[in-house]
Design a protein around this ligand. Structure first.
Ligand code: GTP
Ligand code: NA
Ligand code: MG
Length: 305
């Protein structure tokens, strides 16, 4: 044994669903409900993920933390899954109670099922006059997703992002479902994570949002990520505050990249910087080879026609 201590890490939740069913509103409502009163509303979202701390004293989820991925969108989710990246522990599928089940609702369910991730259905907009949550439950059942009380075991919560109804129930449900899987991590090991997004920032250069999934990331750490590498010059939490350490289930923004990684790339701390550089260069070379092979195949096909 290594003597390294395993802990239960905070669950990572992705919110999915049809256009305009209220994904962002739900996240906004949860965030402003749970962040310290003084910070509510004024928080700038620096990265596509954030950590919520349940602070309602009478909530069974009190003291728990939940990481929300701010809708990477179905495409990004599919791309990440196709590349083998598994970032989410739970998918919350948002369905507007007035609109009902729509094509992207079904897509979200398919994605979650394919990724083998538990689903919680949030039936949103129950404040609206046209809301009919029983219709939603029936539609879901017809499409093979049976909710609790409707012949199945999929948990659901009826919410209103607008009126802030039952948001605490949703948090409780997330914690309940998370407890079944009880995701673990070892804070003492070198950090491992996944790129949520990466962009070129004028002035700061390449910037990546990373979800630290295991281990602890520290400033000064050398790492490999996709076909590039670097050293943590600085990192920031989901409120843009500079931090020097990030444990399991922590979204961070990092600077100090030598190149540009892709969403879904694995991030790995390596003690030996030269080794990280060597692997990155090797990966880049392989990628170029593959691209060349592809383009020559295309031009040969063109000649054959
Ligand atoms: P996309 O990201 O564009 O797919 O949309 P979304 O799913 O993030 O939905 P968004 O949060 O942008 O909400 C869409 C619209 O529904 C907005 O006008 C919201 O104000 C409204 N809305 C969201 N939640 C509720 C709710 O609980 N009740 C009511 N009445 N309106 C809501
Ligand atoms: Na919208
Ligand atoms: Mg949105």
């Amino acid at each position: 044994t290594t003597g390294m201590v395993e802990i239960v890490r905070a669950p990572v939740v992705t919110i999915m669903g049809h256009v305009d069913h209220g994904k962002t509103s739900l996240l906004d409502a949860i965030r402003s409900t749970d962040v310290a009163a003084g910070e509510a509303g004024g928080i700038t979202q620096h990265i596509g993920a954030y950590k919520v701390h349940v602070t309602k004293p009478d909530s069974p989820a009190f003291g728990r933390e939940i990481v929300f991925l701010d809708t990477p969108g179905h495409e990004a989710f599919t791309r990440m899954r196709a590349r083998g990246a598994k970032v989410t522990d739970i998918v919350v599928v948002v369905v507007a109670a007035d609109d009902g089940v729509m094509p992207q609702t079904l897509e979200a369910i398919d994605h979650a099922k394919a990724a083998n991730v538990p689903i919680i259905v949030a039936i949103n907009k129950i404040d609206k006059p046209g809301a009919d949550s029983n219709k939603v439950k029936q539609q879901l059942a017809e499409r093979g997703l049976q909710l609790v009380g409707w012949g199945g075991e999929v948990e659901f919560v009826e919410v209103s992002a607008k009126k802030k109804l039952n948001l605490d129930l949703l948090e409780e449900m997330i914690c309940l479902v998370a407890d079944i899987a009880s995701p673990k991590a070892v804070p003492e090991r070198p950090a491992v994570g996944t790129v949520i997004e990466a962009k070129l920032d004028r002035g700061r250069g390449a910037v990546a949002s990373i979800l630290v999934q295991n281990g602890t990331l520290r400033t000064g750490d050398s790492y490999i990520v996709g076909n590039t590498f670097g050293k943590i010059r600085a990192m920031f939490d989901d409120r843009g505050r500079a931090i020097t350490e990030a444990g399991p289930s922590t979204p961070v923004e990092i600077l100090g990249l030598e190149g540009m990684p892709d969403a879904g790339d694995t991030f790995l701390v390596m003690a030996d910087r030269d080794k990280a550089k060597g692997i990155a260069q090797y990966r880049k070379m392989k990628e170029r080879e593959a691209q060349l092979a592809k383009s020559s195949r295309v031009s040969l096909e063109g000649l054959a026609e």
